[in-house]
Design a binder for this molecule. Structure first.
Ligand code: SF4
Length: 692
């Protein structure tokens, strides 16, 4: 029996793996109190899927991917890298990582890019995930830890405001922590769709704020306006713990609820009632606590950073951050979405969650890595993708743990950019949509086949443990980095995750995400360690901000923000909003969960949720084909007619590939602060269609 954690989302539920008769297979059981969702229970299926990649592949003269040896594949890739960098410079090679990689792999990926390739072009799919929340919390609090408190703290709160988060489907065991708020009538959910989570508001007087897509920012400004205007703000907290209370008050002055109603569609009376429920739960008014939490629904917009900032400002107005039993947090999605953004696979960061533009941080990492130069900041994910194959852009891309041809926005453009490359290399466990386009494919280990660490959405560092040997020729991503680095003349890349973690500890020492006091021995002994842990005698830091914020003046910084429309807003040709989201049965691009029979049978194909009124106007019946057309492209898919969506909204899950990939339609316009694409709202035309 091997104790480890679920391979999927950032909740990282505790599991044990038990041997079974089939080679390479295990049985998954829950460990501890939390239980597992359906994805977790069936996770072992992915270890033995029939099309598991087990041998390196290389594209032959006929254009087919054929089996080859590790040495031949590594030699080929190293030679192409040398040739392309000699002809076009170091930045001609780019690396793209993933938020599901272990901390050790994420660290090694960033080091490989900057030390072995010496390229500035490295970023990862977390840019599509929680980058807006990360940018906002860094801006306001001086640090980004998804939840700066243990998730279990939610269990004592009178109210929880979820803005664009559907945890009842994305991480069902977490719903148990909402019980106290639900019982108090204090569960408030902002979502244009009556999601499974929004549905939880109906059982005890909670509130579903079903705002127009792309208007969460206006709604939160109005909530803060009511708090301020009705004298409900925690003025002592604002004075003592923020840098500019007047700015916060002024920034919401024009957002009276009637104005917000015109923008959001949420009745002014509901906005006032919601604000009063939130205020009553705040400790300043004698409540037991209030949490404000954001998810991708609030964050995946071209104004995502500002929407999260508005949520932070509301939390500051009510005196929450740093107060026991209250706070603001981001519900991180990917399995290692938190750790993945701390160890240097982001374009603008070095390990320890340091800025790559900070001279002191650069000197520290050069010492740890034994080099005398480092590249500067590179392009964020979509900027990087859009530069691929252009005259001065990267000519080669190495992808680890990411399925860009499903998960990136505006897929026609992504496909064109990937096809224009001189070299595309993909390391993955299955032949994902992106791997099938590659020149070289490396078969790599997955969760139950590897040791390492992951960091949960709370900043808690967890051990991942190997339970079965990898099949065939499969090796760790660490072996790809080490093998290529050696061929490129770079030393110091270990294939042993324990050794990599020891180096990561030194690299993170003194940084914001300081892991230097965490050892595998401490984790294996069962210690519960939340970063920062700056020494081996340190107990970890479950809660941040109790004594101040890690800003220059120790105060939270107020940033004034204002509403602006969706970039690709409604027009005569495209009069509805397209929003994308998740399903209980699938995880991210679906590369893993679409291969699990039980999950695939439950949700086998993409669909479009359409309101009955719209369906009647267009003559579309339930299950009948509809065509969705945006400025980027069109697709035909079956309709699900449901009153769970607003009449102005069409919802499509994004877990499907090929002709079912809704990101063919989404907009790649970016948030100017975080680089987040606007996945969550664009104008769409809906018509009845014939089956393709
Ligand atoms: Fe796995 Fe997340 Fe489900 Fe837990 S909630 S079992 S971590 S997918």
């Amino acid at each position: 029996m091997i104790p480890t954690h679920c391979p999927y989302c950032a909740l990282q539920c505790a599991t044990t793996l038990h041997p079974v008769a089939r080679p390479g297979a295990v049985e998954v059981r829950p460990r501890g109190q939390g239980g597992l969702c359906r994805k977790g229970w069936t996770a072992a299926e992915v270890l033995t899927v029939p099309d598991r990649l087990t041998t390196p592949l290389i594209r032959d003269g006929a254009g087919d991917l054929v089996e080859t040896s590790w040495d031949a594949a590594l030699d080929f890739v190293a030679e192409r890298i040398r040739t392309l960098q000699a002809a076009h410079g170091r930045d001609a090679v780019a690396v793209f990582g993933g938020g599901g990689l272990t901390n050790e792999k994420a660290y090694a990926l960033g080091k490989f890019a900057r030390v072995a390739l010496k390229t500035a072009n490295v970023d990862y799919n977390g840019r599509f995930c929680m980058s807006s929340a990360a940018a906002a919390t860094n801006r306001s609090f001086g640090i980004d830890r998804g939840l700066p408190f243990p998730l279990a703290d939610l269990g004592g709160a009178d109210a929880v405001l979820l803005v664009g988060s559907n945890i009842a489907e994305t991480m069902p065991p977490a719903v148990a922590h909402l019980q106290s708020a639900r019982d108090s009538g204090g569960l408030l959910v902002v979502d244009p769709r009556r999601s499974a989570t929004a549905g939880l508001t109906s059982d005890a007087g909670g509130i579903h704020l079903q705002a127009t897509p792309g208007t969460d920012l206006a709604l939160v400004l109005a909530l803060t306006h009511v708090v301020v205007q009705e004298g409900l703000a925690d003025t002592t907290y604002l004075r003592d713990r923020t840098d500019d209370p007047d700015l916060l008050i002024r920034s919401t002055a024009s957002w009276w609820p009637e104005r917000a109603e015109r923008v959001t569609g949420v009745p002014a009376a509901t906005i006032r009632r919601a604000a009063r429920v939130l205020a009553a739960a705040a400790p300043v008014h004698g409540g037991r606590g209030l949490f404000i939490l954001t998810g991708r629904g609030a964050e995946q917009h071209s104004k995502g950073t500002d929407t999260v900032t508005a949520c932070i400002n509301l939390a500051l107005a009510l005196g929450l951050p740093g107060r026991l039993g209250s706070g603001y947090g981001c519900i991180t999605g990917q399995g290692n979405g938190q750790g993945g953004r701390e160890h240097g696979q982001k374009a603008d960061q070095l390990p320890g969650y340091r800025s790559i533009s900070d001279p002191t941080a650069r000197e520290h990492l050069m010492r740890v890595w034994g080099v005398d130069e480092l590249p500067g900041p590179g392009k964020s994910a979509v900027e990087l993708i859009n530069a691929l194959g252009t005259s001065d852009g990267p000519k080669a891309l190495l992808v680890h743990g990411s399925n860009l041809l499903v998960s990136a926005p505006n897929l026609a453009s992504v496909r064109e950019r990937l096809a224009s490359l001189d070299l595309l290399v993909v390391a993955d466990v299955v032949p994902s949509e992106t791997a099938l386009l590659a020149d070289v494919v490396f078969p790599v280990t997955q969760w139950a086949e590897e040791d390492g660490t992951m960091t949960s959405l709370e900043g808690r560092v967890l051990r991942r443990r190997a339970a079965v040997p990898p099949p065939g020729e499969v090796r760790s991503d660490l072996a790809v980095f080490a093998g290529l680095a050696e061929r490129l003349g770079s030393k110091g890349f270990s294939t042993d995750p324990a050794e990599v973690f020891e180096e990561l500890r030194r690299a993170s020492a003194g940084g914001r995400a300081d892991y230097s006091g965490i050892t595998w021995d401490r984790l294996d002994a069962g210690e519960v360690l939340f970063w920062p842990v700056p020494s081996e005698g340190h107990p970890g830091t479950p809660r941040l901000f109790a004594d101040g914020f890690p800003t220059a003046d120790g105060r939270a910084h107020v940033v004034a923000v204002d509403h602006r429309p969706v970039a690709d807003d409604l027009n005569a040709e495209a009069p509805l909003y397209l929003v994308t989201g998740r399903l209980l049965q699938h995880y991210q691009s679906g590369a893993q969960t679409r291969r699990v029979p039980e999950l695939a049978e439950a949700e086998p194909e993409v669909f479009a949720e359409i309101h009955p009124r719209v369906a009647a106007q267009l003559g579309i019946g339930d299950g009948r084909p509809v065509r969705l057309r945006t400025a980027r492209g069109s697709m035909v898919l079956p309709a699900r007619v449901t009153a769970d969506v607003r009449p102005d909204t069409v919802f499509v899950p994004f877990h499907f590939g090929g002709a079912e990939a809704v990101n063919e339609l989404t907009n790649d316009v970016l948030d100017p602060v975080s680089g987040m694409p606007e996945f969550k709202a664009c104008a769409v035309e809906v018509t009845a269609a014939a089956l393709p």
